[in-house]
Ligand binder design. Structure first.
Ligand code: HEC
Length: 155
């Protein structure tokens, strides 16, 4: 009997630990994917600036930022999209809309648009400002296209 109780207590402890780990995983996944988009934004920013004429065009810098965006496109982000981390389940912590999960895999079309835009951008980045501009516009469309459907405007 004593042994059984110890086992039962052990089981409860295991469940508690698992749910704490799960809560951490959700928080960590949100932190990671928001960081991922911050890195994306940090590298896209100067390209948007060059396209608008606010940052001087520099072929090497443009190629570097484009290559970083490509590296982000190549990352398999699946682990960051943990179920139960939408903005209804985790209000105030994320802007990810439930539609990401409820209509999955529809979001992959938006991911693909970003990948296509990034590939074209890498072709164009070193070829002068006139080549860069439409490629950057196309990139911006891919960001906006996904945000429109899958990101809430505010927390
Ligand atoms: C496939 C969909 C998708 C694409 C493509 C995409 N985003 Fe996002 N982005 C999101 C979602 C969803 C969030 C909300 C993440 C969260 O709050 O958990 C987000 C959040 C962000 C954030 C806020 C991060 C934070 O700290 O909360 C920035 C900045 C951002 N995206 C920039 C960009 C830029 C720039 C691009 C294009 C170069 C881009 N995104 C492309 C879906 C996308």
């Amino acid at each position: 009997m004593k042994k059984l109780m110890i086992l039962a207590a052990g089981a409860v402890a295991t469940i508690a630990v698992t749910s704490v780990a799960m809560a951490d995983l959700k928080e960590d996944a949100i932190t990671a994917r928001r960081g991922y988009f911050q890195i994306m934004s940090f590298n896209a920013g100067p390209l948007f600036g060059m396209a608008k004429g606010q940052v001087e065009y520099d072929a090497d810098a443009a190629k570097l930022y484009a290559a970083n965006l490509q590296a982000l496109a190549d990352l398999d982000t699946t682990p960051m999209w943990v179920e139960g981390t939408d903005n209804e389940a985790m209000a105030g912590k994320t802007r990810a809309l439930p539609a990401i999960w409820s209509t999955f895999p529809a979001i992959n079309e938006k991911v693909q648009a970003y990948k296509d835009a990034t590939a074209a951008l890498n072709e164009a980045a070193g070829n002068g400002l006139d080549a860069l501009r439409p490629a950057v516009a196309n990139l911006g469309k891919s960001c906006g296209g996904c945000h429109e459907t899958y990101r809430a405007k505010s927390f």
